[in-house]
Design a binder for this molecule. Structure first.
Ligand code: PRP
Length: 218
C-alpha cells in the first residue's frame, strides 16, 4: 500500500485551474478530462513495462518499444464526479474495460466520531477482473476515504483473482482518506496529484476544489 504523487507539471497546472473558484462548469469539466489523461500517461510511464518489437517502416525494418498490458486494464468510474476524469483516462487506455459504481456519502447523516460517512451504493456493474489486469479505481476526490473503501469492497468481492495492480487514483486527497484506504486495503497503491492539508468539520478537503460533482455537472 504505497502512496505516490503524480508530479507532472501539467498535472499541477491543471489542478491549479480546477481549484480556482473562478473556473466555471465547462472549464472545470474539461480540466478533469485533461487531468485524467495526464494521470493515465503517468501511470503508463511509471508502472507499465515496455517490450522491444520490430516494425517495418516504409523504408526499412527497425526496432521500437511497445507498452505491455494495455489490453488488460480495468477502469472503475465512481459516479458521478469521476465521469469526466475517466473520460480523460480512456484517452490513455482506449481499450480498457470499464466498471461503474454509484456510491455517495450520506451527507445528512454526517461524519461520525471515526471521521467516516455512511455510504449508499445504488448501482454496481463491473467487468470480469483477472489476475492479468491493472485495475484503476478513479475518483477525483479522496476525502474521508469512506466512499473509496465501500467501492473497493465491491470491486474485490466481485472477483476471486488478485489483479496484477490495483490503483486508487484521485486528483486531490486528504491525509485521513489516504490513511484509511491504505490501512484497509494493503493491496492497493494510492496515486494522487495532491495531498491537501486537512478535512473541515463537514468532511470537505481543505484547500481542495469544492464539490467536484457539483462543479462539473451543474
Ligand atoms: C464525493 C467525491 C467522492 C467522495 C469523497 O462524491 O466524488 O466520491 O465525495 O468523499 P469521501 O472520501 O469522504 O467518501 P459525492 O458523495 O459528493 O457524490 P458525487 O460525486 O455524486 O457529487
Amino acid at each position: 500500500d504505497d502512496a505516490y504523487l503524480i508530479t507532472h507539471a501539467l498535472a499541477k497546472d491543471t489542478l491549479l485551474r480546477l481549484r480556482d473558484v473562478e473556473t466555471e462548469q465547462v472549464a472545470f469539466r474539461k480540466g478533469l478530462v485533461k487531468l485524467g489523461r495526464i494521470c493515465g500517461y503517468e501511470i503508463i510511464d511509471g508502472v507499465m513495462e515496455t517490450e522491444y518489437v520490430t516494425v517495418q517502416t516504409p523504408l526499412t525494418e527497425t526496432t521500437g518499444e511497445r507498452v505491455k498490458g494495455l489490453d488488460d486494464v480495468v477502469i472503475i468510474n465512481v459516479l458521478r464526479a469521476a465521469t469526466p476524469f475517466v473520460e480523460g483516462l480512456l484517452k490513455a487506455f482506449p481499450r480498457a474495460k470499464q466498471g461503474v459504481i454509484s456510491a455517495g456519502r450520506d451527507e445528512d447523516a454526517g461524519m461520525d466520531e471515526e471521521g467516516e460517512f455512511p455510504i449508499t451504493v445504488d448501482y454496481v456493474k463491473l467487468p470480469e477482473i483477472t489476475e492479468k489486469d491493472t485495475v484503476i479505481v478513479a475518483d477525483p476526490m479522496l476525502a474521508t476515504g469512506s466512499t473509496m473503501c465501500a467501492v473497493l469492497d465491491h470491486v474485490l468481492e466481485s472477483t476471486d483473482a488478485d489483479p496484477a495492480d490495483l490503483f486508487v487514483l484521485s486528483a486531490v486527497s486528504a491525509p485521513d482518506g489516504l490513511l484509511r484506504v491504505g490501512d484497509q486495503f494493503s493491496e492497493a497503491d494510492l496515486l494522487t496529484v495532491s495531498i491537501d492539508d486537512h478535512l473541515d468539520d463537514d468532511g470537505y478537503i481543505v484547500p481542495g476544489l469544492g464539490d467536484a460533482g457539483d462543479r462539473a455537472f451543474r
